[in-house]
Design a protein around this ligand. Structure first.
Ligand SMILES: Nc1ncnc2c1ncn2[C@@H]1O[C@H](COP(=O)(O)OP(=O)(O)OP(=O)(O)O)[C@@H](O)[C@H]1O
Ligand SMILES: [Mg+2]
Length: 370
């Protein structure tokens, strides 16, 4: 098994023309949506919405195998440590969302670090913090990045802070894929707020994050790279001078969505182009000044949280038209022709295979495999 190189500082090692080991044995780690499995009692109606389909795993495997590597899909469940010990991968392509608890997206990275196995993308701390939208926003606010005023409720009885003016928006602090976000998430008065906060706390068994409702346009902004990315990339021409590639910005026009104005669980689950789906516009039609601002904020949001190689940052405009960061996804969905990041890549002619191999190579280079 390779020994991990734990730092990604530029200039730490010379570019190598001969990979240390090639081809690689790559384990693709994911949690799979399985509608046929019985659901445990008391799980929310949209539980497991962030899990992947087996088709996504197969698409990732096909991309990796097309470069000559061997792959195996391993489900990220409680047998994962044993399966990893048996397979002995050189690297894991990680898209696992984890099983539960307060930092489920960090569970697999933590296990891989414990076992000394290289893996793609962000490491433990970033995945743990990014799952928690409140902690993420506290860090961004501390670094003067623009976020809407917010407050976390753990009991539902906390007095509302005076800076939070209605309408407000209520969501589970630690979910993704629009879970717990529907038309009722927007609340207009104290009674609706209390009802919704209690619903979120009870249903999702976690704190509720309450923030100012942002009435403006919604964007999601993706990026790949790091300062030394060009050295290890299969496509050095993708990268700007700072080593990052900025994908074209995707705008979600949520007006036609099942939940108008809100890109929640149901809107996300509706097939693109079907009734009730938002309109996906990529590249978004933007004043160059606003586009620059969105790209700048997304990259700052990524760097401040210590994200690695790839992320997608969700941003909405406030009543004054100013961008406010909503959240960061260091494990963005990678369903071909469907996930936001894949739509962005496709919009500029980047093939799915190249996107997947780039994530793999950037990860591999951080762990000394390239
Ligand atoms: N403060 C807000 N004001 C208005 N709408 C909001 C606000 N916060 C969230 N939303 C809406 O709810 C959606 C889901 O919120 P958010 O992106 O925070 O959660 P998520 O479920 O983790 O998303 P993802 O699927 O990207 O992981 C947003 O895309 C947006 O449409
Ligand atoms: Mg989001």
């Amino acid at each position: 098994m390779s020994s991990p190189i734990l730092s990604s500082e530029e200039g730490e090692k010379p570019p190598s023309s001969h990979p240390r080991k090639w081809p690689w044995r790559v384990a693709v780690l994911a949690n799979i949506k399985d509608e046929s499995k019985p659901r445990p009692p008391n799980v929310p109606p949209d539980a497991y919405a962030d899990y992947d389909s087996i088709e996504t795993v197969h698409a990732i495997q096909a991309a990796i195998e097309s470069e000559g590597h061997e792959t195996r899909f391993i489900e990220a469940n409680r047998d994962l440590p044993f399966a990893l010990r048996e397979y002995q991968p050189d690297i894991c392509f990680n898209i696992a969302e984890g099983l539960g608890g307060d930092a489920r997206e960090a569970q697999v990275p933590a296990l891989l670090e414990l076992m000394g196995i290289p893996y793609t993308g962000s490491r433990v701390l970033t995945n743990a913090i990014a799952l928690d939208k409140t902690l993420t926003k506290r860090i961004w606010r501390d670094r003067r990045l623009p976020v809407a005023p917010f407050q976390e409720f753990t009991t539902g009885d906390e007095p509302l802070r005076p800076e939070l003016k209605f309408p407000l928006f209520v969501k589970p602090a630690r979910e993704g894929t629009g879970m717990g976000v529907d038309a009722e998430a927007r609340v207009n008065n104290e009674a609706e707020l209390r009802r919704r906060v209690r619903y979120v706390i009870q249903t999702y068994q976690q704190p509720a994050l309450v923030e100012t409702y942002l009435p403006g346009r919604e964007f999601t902004v993706g990026q790949i790279g790091r300062p030394d990315a060009r050295r290890y990339s299969r496509h050095p021409e993708w990268y700007d001078a700072d080593g990052f590639h900025r994908f074209p910005i995707l705008e979600l026009n949520t007006t036609p969505a099942v939940t108008p104005g809100i890109y929640g669980h149901e809107a996300k689950a509706t097939a693109i182009g079907a009734p009730g789906a938002p309109e996906y516009i990529c590249p978004a039609l933007l004043e160059p000044e606003l586009a620059r601002k969105l790209h700048h904020l997304a990259l700052r949001a990524h760097l401040v949280l210590g994200a690695l190689d790839i992320s997608r940052v969700d941003i909405r405009l406030d009543a004054e038209g100013q961008p406010r960061l909503l959240e960061i996804n260091p494990l963005p969905g990678l369903a071909p022709n469907y996930s936001d990041l894949c739509l962005m890549a496709a919009a500029e002619g980047i093939a799915y295979r190249d996107l997947i191999l780039e994530i793999l190579h950037l990860g591999a280079s951080r762990w000394g495999l390239l």
